[in-house]
Design a protein around this ligand. Structure first.
Ligand code: FVH
Length: 281
């Protein structure tokens, strides 16, 4: 496939519209379909073709990208047009589980459709920029010829022919992100409103950036560099300090894992009763 491969996008939510815009920007002929057709207006003004039906959209391109709310929506839309999709390549960037992806891949194979699953590791404004990357797995025969096209959306990371791998990595990465978000929310709740903006930009962001590598490499769980006994005292202070700031206990959830590690390692004597109570809850 060449740089100007025609592409169809099914789904023009925040993400689908961003994908379509990036491909238009890169010079691809883009056909779009969305349940709410008006969402295509801006893209049509920029050169996209609005398809009246899913079948019309599918027939327009050898590469069809689905970016819908969930797999149930995708199945409902695509099953009736399986004959039209046959012989084309389907890249599904809808969020789901490994099982969803494997079921969709089996359905596609049964209809002569080459299937690649994907997990978008970016928010819509990041699409097409240097910080976006997208995980892919499934048919390599479909992925390889479209890789250059898909690179316009974000850096491509092909994980292998098991279609469940991309959603598995996607969900694992999202788990880390939501864990981080919980910690950030807790941290921000400890700081008074008049200091919040400066705290976030001047301290929180650089701190998270500096710690991301060591945490991912397992340094926080490293007994030598960060002994659990030391962490037990630190966590107790974090919890007591937060309580002193009136931070709600519900925000402690992200601290449960390290607290339980400490209890399991026999350092619970270093945890005050309040923290032990939380850790054992
Ligand atoms: N937005 C993000 O930050 C994340 C980044 C990582 C990847 N996700 C996943 O991308 C999929 C789409 O997300 P989205 O942000 O575009 O979501 P929405 O803006 O809510 O758009 C949903 C689209 O799905 C269409 N849709 C929903 N229900 C139906 C239905 N019953 N029949 C046909 N289409 C349906 C909806 O159509 P409409 O409401 O505009 O008519 C949108 O096109 C998602 O898997 C994320 O997890 C995004």
């Amino acid at each position: 496939m060449t740089e100007s491969t025609p592409v169809t996008i099914l789904g023009l939510g925040a993400m689908g519209a961003g994908l379509a815009a990036a491909l238009l920007e890169a010079g691809h002929p883009v056909t779009v379909w969305n349940r709410t057709p008006e969402k295509a207006d801006d893209l049509v003004a920029r050169g996209a073709v609005r398809a009246a039906t899913v079948a019309d959209a599918v027939v327009a391109s050898p590469l069809v990208i689905a970016c819908l709310l969930d797999y149930s929506v995708m199945n409902t839309l695509l099953d009736p047009v399986s004959d039209t999709l046959s012989g084309r390549d389907l890249v599904n960037l809808t969020n789901g589980t490994p099982e969803h992806a494997r079921t969709a891949a089996a359905w596609a194979e049964g209809h002569g459709i080459r299937y690649v699953d994907g997990g978008i590791m970016a928010t819509p404004p990041l699409i097409g920029g240097p910080d976006a990357f997208i995980l892919y797995s499934g048919s390599q025969a479909a992925f390889d010829p479209h890789q250059a096209t898909l690179e316009h959306l974000g850096a491509t990371r092909y994980l292998g022919d098991d279609p469940g791998l991309a959603p598995l990595y996607d969900l694992a990465l999202l788990t880390a992100m939501y864990g981080m978000a919980a910690g950030v929310r807790h941290a921000q709740a400890m700081i008074s409103e008049d200091r919040a903006a400066e705290f976030s930009s001047a301290y929180l962001t650089p701190w998270l950036q500096a710690m991301a590598g060591p945490i991912a490499a397992g340094a926080a769980a490293d007994e030598e560099g960060s002994p659990l006994g030391m962490q037990a005292v630190g966590l107790a202070n974090i919890a007591e300090g937060a309580r002193g700031q009136g931070v709600p206990m519900a925000l402690f959830a992200h601290l449960l894992t390290p607290m339980r590690d400490i209890v399991a390692a026999g350092h619970d004597d270093l945890l005050p009763p309040l923290i032990k109570e939380i850790a054992n809850a």
